[in-house]
Write a protein of this length. Sequence first.
Length: 281
Amino acid sequence: MTLDIANLRPWLGRQESAGDTLAAFQANALAATLDRDEKYARGDPLPPLWHWMYLNELPKTSELADNGHGKLGGFMPPVALPRRMWAGGRFTFGRPLRIGQAARRVSTVADLTAKEGDSGELIFLLLRHEFSGPDGTAVTEEQDIVYRAPPRTGEPPGRARRAADKPVWRREIALNEVLLFRYSALIFNAHRIHYDEPFCRREGYPGLVVHGPLLATLLADLVRRNTGTPMTAFRYRAVQPLFLPSPCIACGVPKGSTVALWAEDENGALIMEAQAELSRP
């Protein structure tokens, strides 16, 4: 390892917070983006993972790095590796966040770890987010972010894996530049890998990269489309990126009070694994 993360240790424990009243617009805009028919109004609960539409950082355009991310060194530690991706996360849902109510997010830099992977040096950042409403904590989230070096010249793609199960639930979602643009706007994410194809190719990607949070949201949405049982927990892990023009094929297998979930690309390669826990009757 050549990376020394000692200079990043002062960021451990650093916190950031944001508060606002949850408006109906974001929920209705995401419903339209996901081709859902429902309309949201004051008092309605947010579906699982839809809290990502709210309470986000709002960096000025002049404060963005060339890749579209906010410049590092404020709340986010100044990691020296240029490629940043969501690797996974875990949620517990205590009570719903509701449209029209005040909500608050408190985020904490919980851990930093350096590792050596097949593609080179990696730094894993663990963020802990707590979302609360008038009645207390609603959503607790642990978010895994991985930082990677640029791809090596001639580096082969990772070996594709396939899901071990056959899906009981299966939904193929067509993805395109418009959907990715709308989702980027909703979560106020200007990362260029999601809308700037020439930039993607300079970064070593074959096409536009589908957001990890969008894939996780599509898997949680698959649960909602097949059962009305409330979700109490959700976890997901990115296996490999999904690139346009491939669709996302969301798959699920209910197993009692849990649902095994995964996303595939058009060739059946595993993109993301997840599990939902449902409330018991």
